[in-house]
Design a protein around this ligand. Structure first.
Ligand code: AP5
Ligand code: MG
Length: 236
C-alpha cells in the first residue's frame, strides 16, 4: 500500500505511523525524521534544513523532494510506504504524482488526522522524542516512558525538539493551514482522502485508522473494477 498521512503538527502522525507501518508491513518515511537525522549527523543538508525548521518554515521543495524520492527508491519501499510529513504543499504533491506515474504505481489513500488546535498545543508541549535513529515518540503525561528521560525501546536519551517552542509551533500551524491543507483538496479531487478524528487513546486511533484505510481500499478496488467494466463495455 502507498499511503500519505496528513494532519497538523502534533496531531499524532509519527505516533500512528509507527503502528500503521508495522501493521501493514511497509516502511514509515518521515521527512521531518530524515531532516533531524541529517541535523544530528551535521551534514550540509542538515545545516540548511535546520535554518528553516527552527523558524517553523518549510525546507525548500528542491532539496525536500530529492531527499524524499531518494528514500522512496530504497528497496524496502518497492511495494509500498507510509509517508509522514510529505508532501507538504501542492508542488510536492504534484512532484510525488509524477514520480509515482513514472514508476507505474499510484497512491491508495491519504489519511487525514483531525485534531482541535488546543489539543495539538497540549500534545506538542509534553512531547519527548528519542535521540537515536528510531525517533520513538513519548509524552510526559499521555504516554510517559517507564523511566523519565529514557527511551523504553532502545534506552536512548529523550529530548524536546528545538522547533517545539510556543512561537515556532504557532508559525508551524500557520504554515500548515496556508500551505499544507490545500493538498487535502488536491487529493480529495482524486477520491483518495479519508478523514478520521485523532482524539482518544493511541490504540483507538490506530484501530479507527486501520478501519478507514480498509474501507478506502475496498472502495477504490470497486471503482477500478467498475471503470474497467465500463471500458470493456465501450469496446463492444
Ligand atoms: P515534522 O517532523 O513532520 O513535524 P510536524 O508535521 O510539525 O509534525 P510533528 O512531528 O510535530 O507531529 P506529529 O503529528 O508527528 O505528532 P506526534 O506523533 O509526534 O516536520 C518538522 C519540520 O521539518 C517542518 O516544520 C519543516 O520545517 C520540515 N519539513 C518536514 N517535512 C517537510 C516537507 N515535506 N517539506 C518542507 N519541509 C519539511 O505526537 C505529538 C505528541 O502527542 C507526542 O508527545 C505523542 O506522544 C502525543 N500523542 C500522539 N497521539 C496521541 C493521542 N492519541 N493521545 C494523546 N497524546 C498523543
Ligand atoms: Mg512527526
Amino acid at each position: 500500500m502507498r499511503i500519505v498521512l496528513v494532519g497538523p503538527p502534533g496531531a499524532g502522525k509519527g505516533t500512528q505511523a509507527a503502528f500503521l507501518a508495522q501493521n501493514l508491513s511497509i516502511p514509515h518515511i518521515s521527512t521531518g525524521d530524515l531532516f533531524r537525522a541529517n541535523i544530528s549527523q551535521q551534514t550540509e543538508l542538515g545545516k540548511l534544513a535546520k535554518s528553516y525548521m527552527d523558524e517553523g518554515n518549510l525546507v525548500p521543495d528542491e532539496v525536500t523532494i530529492a531527499m524524499a524520492r531518494d528514500r522512496m527508491e530504497q528497496p524496502d519501499a518497492a511495494n509500498g510506504f507510509l509517508l509522514d510529513g510529505f508532501p507538504r504543499n501542492v508542488s510536492q504533491a504534484e512532484a510525488l504524482d509524477q514520480a509515482l506515474k513514472a514508476d507505474g504505481v499510484e497512491l491508495d489513500a491519504v489519511l487525514d488526522l483531525e485534531v482541535p488546535e488546543d489539543e495539538v498545543v497540549k500534545r506538542i508541549a509534553g512531547r519527548r522524542i528519542c535521540r537515536n535513529e528510531s525517533s520513538h515518540v513519548f509524552h510526559v503525561t499521555y504516554s510517559p516512558p517507564k523511566k523519565e528521560g529514557v527511551c523504553d525501546a532502545c534506552g536512548g536519551e529523550l529530548y524536546q525538539r528545538d522547533d517545539d517552542s510556543e512561537e515556532t509551533v504557532r508559525r508551524r500551524l500557520e504554515v500548515y493551514h496556508t500551505q499544507t491543507e490545500p493538498i487535502i483538496d488536491y487529493y480529495r479531487a482524486q477520491g483518495l482522502v479519508v478523514t478520521i478524528s485523532a482524539l482518544g487513546k493511541v490504540d483507538d486511533v490506530t484501530k479507527r485508522a486501520m478501519e478507514a484505510l480498509d474501507r478506502q481500499v475496498e472502495g477504490k478496488d470497486q471503482s477500478d473494477e467498475d471503470k474497467s467494466d465500463s471500458e470493456d463495455g465501450d469496446d463492444k
